[in-house]
Write a protein that binds this ligand. Structure first.
Ligand SMILES: Cc1ncc(C[n+]2csc(CCOP(=O)(O)OP(=O)(O)O)c2C)c(N)n1
Ligand SMILES: [Mg+2]
Length: 670
């Protein structure tokens, strides 16, 4: 062997040793994938990937996504060996243990160099599509001098088999994201055994049909890997590099079988692997010469980063433009909406909240060109497009609107990727009912702490004639189950604008806007103009929209389209001398975050409380039950809807003054 071949083999074996030893120590984990892809990853990091462990957030770094997140020891090994501050060797020793950043699957919020959280197969690759869109978009704006990086993905058979892969690959091919390169760990093995057990697909043919370039290589031959990567880089299309590998490569008795996929190799097999690989070092010890070789690899990118900084410093105007266009809206969003909201106070508008969202997006997208919108083929229904947002196309990445096609999951994952890339505030729409199609990506927005805004319209039986397949029942409440997600259901134009301001102000908490198809009266306005600046009432999560006139006997709590109904119910009760507060609760999560005295003031547990929401009642008890009075009422819908005009459905399912008032009176014993 030449010294160069030996050097690369030693470096790859360091990954193999760390991976099998860490999994053995944890007595859980996945050694097969890191051992199989060690050679490919070594060539990638040693010669191709643009990165600098000393500056892990450098804007123009290449993005590396380990989509096959179960192979987490691969990325932990790479980060450690190339000189990132973390993980330390102790972190790796504590792989999968409480407190170690080396979690079971890679988490973006635990380690620099982990660009996104992976483990749910397929989503890493789909997020990489969003990163690649962000890169091309910013490149179109600022040129090669400031934005010129690639997005590399390591994906397994599972990532390519998942449904989301079809969406992601279709979108990337259509948009011609030529700087995205997927390295497929083509080992023909999944958990159950051979891929042939479950698939007969010609993966490469599918990619080619979706306008991708494909090339094959021997994933254990550095020269062949180089040849394939060079070809991938040279081709203007996104590339799939099928790397033929042996899972668990180096474990003499288990390699090539699913036995290496997700279990420790065992002391005996590790001993045999050490012999096979010629690796005599103790566990968690890297021989000095090999550690030095890896260190050098980690220092390779410093020059490129330095050169980038020099270009950045050289042109002050360009640098300022870059900073301005990559700074997220944040709290400025609220300021931008002030005039618009004052206009609504002066001249109330009765429109659907999906329309109110479009109206708020007008000034927002004009003020913040880094808002990239889109819809999964429901642009006209989700009202996500504004005058100032032109499409992003293969010929013009400078636009700010993505026609995602009928790809809800792909859209949501791509939005996560854009947000993770940085410099972009993504938002995208579909019908609320199809949030279930992209739910795991919504969950990953929350877990990854990224500021993605979901515009989910047609939020209840109020959508009418499309019927129960399209009418959300459990969706609003079930989205509220996801931690670190603000689910907002505004009741009118002003609340919708406030919710947009909240969504954009939270760069680390994603938001769902649940918006109506049907027109809703504007309920806010009175007293709003007294504030300067305007007070964002929705930011409290819930607030008293109307105070009882007669002695207060009931507090009505409602969201979205049912707030107007609650106002009508209150009016009827007041006519009979029963005082009723109306509380609008656009966001349960934000209300829960308020202090106890505010919560007690708005939703006192000394008065009968009644919730009204055209959806699942489960969960509302926390605001209506307990305290010093009898348990309250939960008016909602715990069955599927029906196909009919909206007004008839609200009538049929009891969302009327006539149906609700007697129930409240009975509770009060009146
Ligand atoms: C969406 C999803 N479904 C199932 C799993 C559980 N799972 C983890 S790895 C894996 C097999 C993946 O096979 P492959 O990508 O070929 O990985 P390899 O065995 O080659 O390492 C499965 C089913 C998961 N992590 N995500
Ligand atoms: Mg596999």
């Amino acid at each position: 062997m030449t010294t160069e071949t030996t050097r690369l083999a030693d470096m790859a074996n360091a990954i193999r040793a760390l991976s099998m030893d860490a999994v053995q120590a944890a007595n859980s984990g996945h050694p097969g994938m890191p051992m199989g892809m060690a050679d490919v990853a070594t060539v990638l990091f040693d010669e191709y990937l643009k990165f600098d462990p000393a500056a892990p957030h450098w804007d123009d770094r290449d993005r590396f996504v380990l989509s096959a997140g179960h192979g987490s020891m691969l990325i932990y090994s790479l980060l450690h060996l190339t000189g990132y501050a973390r993980p330390t060797m102790d972190d790796i020793r504590n792989f999968r243990q409480l407190g170690s950043p080396c979690a079971g699957h890679p988490e973006n919020f635990l380690l620099d160099g982990v660009e996104c959280t992976t483990g749910p197969l397929g989503q890493g690759l789909a997020m990489a599509v969003g990163m690649a869109i962000a890169e091309r978009h910013l490149n179109a704006k600022h040129g090669d001098d400031l934005v010129d990086h690639r997005t590399w993905v390591i994906a397994g058979d599972g990532c390519l088999m998942e449904g989301i892969n079809h969406e992601a690959v279709g979108l990337a091919g259509h948009l011609g994201l030529g700087r995205m390169i997927v390295l497929w760990d083509d080992n023909n093995i999944t958990i159950d055994g051979s891929v042939e057990l479950s698939s007969s697909e010609d993966v490469e043919a599918r990619y080619r049909a979706s306008k991708w370039h494909t090339v094959r290589c021997d994933g254990h031959d550095p020269a062949d890997i180089r040849r394939a990567l060079d070809e991938a880089i040279a081709d203007p299309r996104p590339s799939l590099v099928a790397c033929k590998t042996v899972i668990g490569k180096g474990a003499p008795n288990k390699q090539g079988t699913s036995a290496t996929h997700g279990a420790p190799l065992g002391a005996e097999e590790i001993e045999a692997a050490r012999k096979e690989l010629g690796w005599s070092a103790e566990p968690f010890v890297i021989p000095d010469d090999i550690a030095a070789a890896w260190k050098k690899t980690g220092e390779r990118g410093a020059a490129a980063r330095e050169a980038w900084h020099q270009r950045y410093e050289a042109d002050k105007d360009r640098a300022e433009a870059y900073e301005a266009s990559t700074t997220l809206p944040g709290a400025d969003a609220g300021a931008v909406l002030q005039d618009y909201i004052r206009g609504l106070v002066a001249e109330p508008k009765k429109v659907a909240t999906r329309k109110a969202s479009e109206m708020a997006l007008g000034p927002l997208t004009e003020a913040f060109p880094n808002m990239i919108g889109g819809s999964a083929d429901l642009t006209g229904s989700n009202n996500t497009k504004t005058k100032s947002t032109g499409p992003i196309t293969v010929d013009n990445y400078d636009g700010s609107y993505v026609y995602y096609g009928i790809r809800e999951f792909g859209m949501a994952a791509a939005m996560n990727g854009m947000a993770l890339h940085g410099g972009i505030a993504p938002y995208g729409g579909t019908f609320l009912i199809f949030s279930d199609y992209c739910r795991n990506a919504v969950r990953l927005s929350a877990l990854q702490q990224v500021g993605v805004t979901y515009v989910f319209t047609h939020d209840s039986i109020g959508l009418g004639e499309d019927g129960p397949t399209h009418q959300p029942v459990e969706q609003v409440m079930s989205l509220r189950l996801i931690p670190n997600l603000n689910v907002m259901r505004p009741c009118d134009t002003i609340e919708t604008a406030e919710c947009w301001a909240i969504a954009l102000a939270n760069a680390h908490t994603p938001s769902v806007l649940a918006l109506s198809r049907q027109n809703l009266p504007q309920l806010r306005g009175d007293g709003d103009a007294d504030w300067a600046p305007l007070k964002n009432m929705s930011a409290m999560g819930a607030y008293r929209l109307k105070s009882a006139e007669a002695a207060r006997k009931v507090v009505l709590i409602a969201t979205g389209s049912e707030v107007a109904l609650a106002c009508d119910v209150a009016k009827a009760l007041e006519a009979d001398g029963i005082g009723a507060d109306v509380v609008s609760m656009p966001c349960m999560e934000l209300f829960e975050a308020q202090d106890a005295s505010y919560k007690q003031d708005v939703v006192p547990d000394t008065v009968l409380r009644v919730s009204i929401e055209a959806g699942t009642t489960l969960g509302w008890e926390r605001f209506t039950h307990g305290g010093s009075v009898a348990n309250g009422l939960n008016i909602g819908l715990d069955r599927f809807g029906a196909s009919a005009p909206a007004e008839q459905l609200f009538e049929r399912f009891g969302f009327t003054v006539d149906a609700i008032v007697p129930q409240i009176k009975a509770k009060l014993g009146e």
